[in-house]
Design a binder for this molecule. Structure first.
Ligand code: 1PR
Length: 537
């Protein structure tokens, strides 16, 4: 198989990139030193995290002259995400200058009217030009807070072909190509078949793509639909996908066995092929075991990332811990194991609540030592999701509590008109004196990039999402929110997208029980005029 060289300098999920390269018929050779760069014919520079961190790692390892030489020699060069960013002169994210191959600087997305980071599937529109397999009708997976604003003619006058995307009222650069260089702000290795096509075109040297698909351009970020797999070991010792009713995963009859809905890897692949925009695995009983002994979840990620080319999130047990032999293991080390196995994001549940409690106890001070801060510091905010498990506490009037309350359309058992959402830990087993707004704002400050907003009252009820909860959290923070719990039919997805400002919506039981497919949800959203990405085969 022909070879491609991959620069091994960054932390993050390079496994998916390797899998994607192998999928299109190439093998990967790692570049481990500046001398190795000279051996490369085709070189790929992956990038995650922080602009300055990325540049300083390059320069301290002595890579800068070797990369310059490679690019100037005219040999094929591809850069991804922060890899694209460092080709520019600089970024407002850092005072460290970029490589300066392309004139211009990056700045942050405006978060006044939209969530930042920009996470999800957006266009890479090349107008009439045909560039490296990019199609105007396709969608690609982006995750970033900083962007190169697009100003018509500016990059073109330097000889670049430009693909653009639009987020709210901001138009930005999705990809650029010139001569031997292709750089994408999106992650082609996470962009399904559309992304694999771009990687293949680059590796095959097909700079001009086919005419296929030069049809309808649908610019903008799509509505993200996520399939979630709650995973645990059942009483027979097998790792299975399960699903609770308000977090109770045991059958009412059948001897109270753990509900077994299928095998994690197979089900993830099925949802990918139905068009799921992301897959989330939650290891729901991780608090009982030592996570390091929990190797099956690593294996699940490894195997899933071989066939599933959309982002994978893993949750459960991400916290500082002690291994069975007494060795201390940090949350960052556990997250690193997951990233190396194919995860793009980790989701933190109970530990985030503990960290937020400490944050308030210390008078809203950050010490940099929480799992959220450590992991987002090393891998970027976009890699850290906080999973929240709130449940309603009803009250007659807001003055009965110090917490952030809402007036609810759905009164409590004694006709209470108000409620607040109490945070829980250990899968809802313990309730804490902290409300969901306090938790969400604290973790946003610590560096979480996204909130997975479950709701114990709604979980498994098939009665629709808790729109009041989603509104309350969306109004408090500017990072993206994933609505979760209660989805029972495609109409519930339409409702949550049209009645709230949620950034994504997640379903579990309705997919696992085979009542609806992800495709049916997306078709329905499309019929209702909401933009979605469809699976390309
Ligand atoms: O606390 O960091 O170890 O993480 C544990 C993780 O496991 C948390 O993300 C927590 O939400 C999750 N978890 C723990 N126990 C359960 C349980 O069900 N007994 N599952 C559990 C949470 C919620 C969603 C679910 C949606 C949609 N599951 O993931 O899939 O509610 O369901 P639906 O569409 O069928 O209504 P830590």
């Amino acid at each position: 198989m022909p070879k491609v060289h991959l620069l091994d300098y960054v932390a993050g999920n390079v496994r998916s990139l390797v899998n994607a390269i192998e999928k299109v018929g190439y093998t990967v050779e790692w570049v481990k030193s500046p001398e190795d760069v000279e051996k490369a014919d085709k070189l790929i520079l992956p990038g995650v995290g922080h602009f300055g961190h990325c540049m300083s790692q390059f320069s301290s390892a002595g890579y800068l002259p070797a990369i310059r030489k490679h690019i100037e020699s005219g040999k094929p060069f591809m850069a991804i995400c922060v890899g694209l960013q460092v080709l520019f002169e600089g970024s407002s994210e850092s005072s460290i200058p970029g490589l300066g191959f392309i004139k211009g600087k990056l700045d942050q997305f405006d978060n006044n009217s939209k969530s930042v980071p920009h996470i999800g599937w957006n266009s890479a529109n090349t107008a009439e030009k045909r560039v490296y397999g990019l199609r105007p009708s396709s969608k690609y997976y982006y995750v970033h807070s900083y962007k190169v604003s697009y100003r018509e003619g500016e990059l073109e006058s330097q000889g670049w072909s430009v693909a653009t995307a639009r987020y709210g009222d901001e138009e930005f650069v999705g990809a650029v190509a010139k001569g031997n260089i292709l750089a994408t702000q999106f992650h082609p290795e996470k962009s399904g078949v559309a992304g694999l096509r771009v990687i293949k075109a680059f590796l095959d040297g097909t700079k001009e793509s086919d005419a296929h698909g030069q049809l309808a351009l649908k610019e903008g970020l799509t509505r993200r639909v996520i399939a979630c797999l709650d995973v645990r070991t059942n009483d027979q010792g097998d790792l299975v996908v399960t699903k609770g009713d308000q977090y109770d995963v045991r059958e009412k009859a059948d001897g109270g066995n753990v509900r077994n809905l299928g095998k994690p890897v197979e089900m993830a692949k099925k949802y990918y092929e139905q068009g799921a925009d992301e897959i989330t695995f939650l290891n729901i009983t991780s608090f009982r075991d030592c996570p390091l002994a929990d190797l099956p979840m690593l294996e699940i990620l490894r195997r899933t990332s071989e066939t599933v080319f959309v982002p994978l999130t893993i949750g459960g047990g991400i916290r500082d811990t002690t291994d069975t032999d007494g060795t201390k293991v940090s949350a960052l080390e556990i997250a690193t194991m997951y990233f190396k196995s194919g995860a793009d994001k980790v989701s933190i549940g109970s530990d985030a609540v503990t960290a937020a409690e400490e944050y308030y106890r210390q008078g809203k001070q950050l010490f940099g030592n929480t799992a959220i801060e450590q992991i987002s510091g090393a891998y970027g905010n976009q890699a850290v999701v906080v999973s929240v498990d709130p449940k309603r506490v009803y009250i007659s009037k807001p003055t009965e509590t110090k917490h952030n309350t809402i007036q609810t359309k759905y009164p409590g058992p004694n006709g209470e008109q108000f409620c607040w959402y109490a945070c829980t830990v250990k899968g809802g087993r313990e309730t804490r004196d902290m409300d969901v707004v306090e938790l969400a704002t604290a973790v946003e400050t610590m560096g979480a990039g996204e909130i997975l907003l479950n709701c114990i009252d709604k979980d498994g009820t098939n009665s629709g999402f808790d729109l009041e909860l989603i509104d309350q959290v969306k109004n408090a923070i500017s990072i993206p929110v994933i609505a979760s719990s209660g989805a029972g039919n495609p109409g519930h997805f339409e409702e949550v997208f049209s009645k709230t400002r949620t950034d994504a919506a997640l379903g579990a039981g309705m997919f696992h029980r085979g009542e609806y497919t992800v495709k049916q949800v997306k078709d329905f959203l499309g019929e209702k005029g909401l933009m979605v990405r469809q699976f390309e085969s």
